[in-house]
Design a protein. Sequence first.
Lengths: 279, 351
Amino acid sequence: MSTATATADAPTGPAFRRAGFGDVISSEWLKLRTVRSTFWTLITLFAGSAAVSLLICVAAADQYAKDRAAGNPDASPDIVLLGLAFVGQIAAYVLGVMTISTEYTTGAIRTSLTAMPRRVEILVAKAILLAVIVFVVGLATAFACFYLGNIPLRAKHVGVDLSDPGVLRGVFGSGLYLAGLAVFGLALGFLLRHTAGAITIGLALIFIIGGLVQLIPGSIGRWLYKVMPGNAGGQITQFGERNHNADKNFAPWTGFTVFILEVLVLLIIGAILFERRDA
Amino acid sequence: MIRAVGLTKRYGDRLAVDHADFTVEPGTVTGFLGPNGAGKSTTMRMILGLDHPTAGSVTVDGRPYRQLPAPLREVGALLDAKAVHGGRSAHHHLACLAKSNGIPLKRVDEVISLVGLDQVAKKRSKNFSLGMGQRLGIAGALLGDPGTLLFDEPVNGLDPEGILWVRNLMKSLAAQGRTVFVSSHLMSEMALTADRVIVIGRGQIKADTTMREFIAQNATTHVRVRSPHIGKLHELMTGNGWQVEAAPDEDGALRVHNVTSDAVGELAGQNGLWLHELAVVQPSLEEAFMSMTADSVEYHAGLNGLDPGSTGGVPGSGVPGTPGTPGAAGAAGTPGAPGAAASDQPNGGAR
């Protein structure tokens, strides 16, 4: 009886449930799927990287075979993944930036935040989805690069095998590194809220400043070179003798861990600013 | 119900919203009026949790917006038609919103039909006209069937049919017991739609009253009369103790206050006087609104020269209707000019 009374007296709560993180995930997943730029960037990542890997190996197979025969350590078998270093890195990073920056440039962010004012949930959902999608596509791309790049190398009898030391780690690591780069782009997109600005700064960090800091003399320059995001994170994608310069670079997993920490720090700063700033 | 208490927003040294206190009640359409840059959009963005107040607070049904468990189910908002990703179709845009609040996707098709976008639902919204964009925004606002609705300048870009549709929509939403808060810089539009009106000028609440009361206080009617025997008529009317003054347009017409046109016509007829014109004139509400917020428009580009009434009428007569003194000619002329002046100012606070 008391139960019945309690039920009758209970305030009639709203006829809807609280919007949870699962709802945010499914909304953000639909957002990613329903803009063309996502498809184009991922197609570019896959096809562009694979094609460039193949072209580089076709062009370099002869010299590579000679260098291998001569024992030149610069002839590193991770040449098969070079397409990822050129096209894949850019595509993954750009996708990460655009996932948030287009919401700012179109003004759609105001609609998004009106629908879901718990902003950190939006940021976390975007980061998770990006990491998963880019890891899957990046891994597939790394395998495609590996097999395509191997065709001209095998023809010269200098093919790379998945069971060679570090190769499987490098292929998997490429998926991980690209996923990290996408989230790195997302974090900078949240910080700068501007597509062109975030793309310019990120690509400059990875491709230009990452190399330039070597010019700073002494241990500071060496340390800076090691920790630059592209240098630290990229170690996990590399295999072969060239990578054995432990003085210059982190070991693969150490470098990747440093890179992920850098990404997380940027993402947390991005989350704090996202939460505090007016939309 | 929306309640703002001491709501304040400061951008640098500029107060966009200055200690605003107001309550928006359910069951009525409440107009939010102010010149461009007066703080309307900033206020609305603070209600929606997009901008953080510098001081004070604003709640929807007793809770700050960011604490609402499923915001779209409780508050629907049309902020501006461009707040969508143009690369996404109307249907997908609404589906993304629906999913974020766990709203069933069949509701998306319902609201698309409701706003009449069925034909273009699968098309990318970047090619939408401003009017279609407004309809898409309204569809998003209605998605969660919320009890509170905010519309920021909803009739912008709509054709006359669309304007009528929005007016009726807002009235019917209020009639269903919902809280409807709609901003506009057009007094005339609000007079047709809103039951209550909150006037904001330079971030400060200038009036918070019913539309009927606002009209009664700010726009009293007078009778305009023109006659070939105007001298005689003037004499008779002042003899009756009526308040008579010359109309400012100098065609010999008189304005008579606090009497009906019937009384003026009968007086003329009894005395065999011809009338060439006898009309009840309701000064434009635009005029009342302008004079209320005139000191809060940031840049008075040419406003003084175009507004003869506000200086001429007020001090001497003591008639409550004086904000309307420029009469028909003045009222027709002025709304355009100050409107243009107001829209010239930088919109920094409202973006």
